[in-house]
Design a protein around this ligand. Structure first.
Ligand SMILES: O=c1ccn([C@H]2C[C@H](O)[C@@H](CO)O2)c(=O)[nH]1
Ligand SMILES: [Zn+2]
Length: 130
């Protein structure tokens, strides 16, 4: 199934800077008012200093005004249905509800749809700090 958020994530993936892992990843987020933000992974010679596609997208989203995220697409060049790492699940969850859709993509489109609640059950949330 083709999908505009898949296309946005795939276009973002082409901008990945991943010379060490050679594992380009792209991510795209949509807010409830329809804005779309994208990101790609950025690696650094000091390996732990690199960051994920989802995190780049979140930076663009915050600078674009934030809001609630309702859909997310992730694609990796060398892996079908690449899903966000643990750190990115926590970062994404900060701005999502459990019903936010996460589209796991392959080269042709959305391969599986899950929710952020599926991705991070029993997650630690800001509510816990009140
Ligand atoms: O969901 C994921 C999983 C991995 N990566 C990146 C981090 C690193 O640059 C490369 C290999 O782990 O893929 C992402 O951007 N998002
Ligand atoms: Zn990550």
């Amino acid at each position: 199934m083709s999908h505009d958020l898949f296309e946005a994530a795939k276009t973002a993936m082409a901008k990945a800077y991943a010379p060490y892992s050679k594992f380009p990843v792209g991510a795209a987020l949509r807010t409830e008012d329809g804005r779309v933000f994208t990101g790609a992974n950025v690696e650094v010679a000091s390996y732990p200093e690199g960051w994920c596609a989802e995190t780049t997208a979140l930076g663009h989203y915050i600078m674009g005004g934030g809001g609630r995220i309702v859909e997310i697409a992730v694609i990796a060049e060398r892996m079908a249905k690449c899903s966000p790492c643990g750190g990115c699940r926590q970062r994404l969850a900060e701005f999502c509800r459990p019903d936010t859709k996460l589209y796991l993509c392959d080269d042709t489109g959305v391969a599986e749809t899950v929710t952020m609640g599926d991705m991070l059950p029993y997650g630690f949330r800001g509510d816990n700090l009140k």
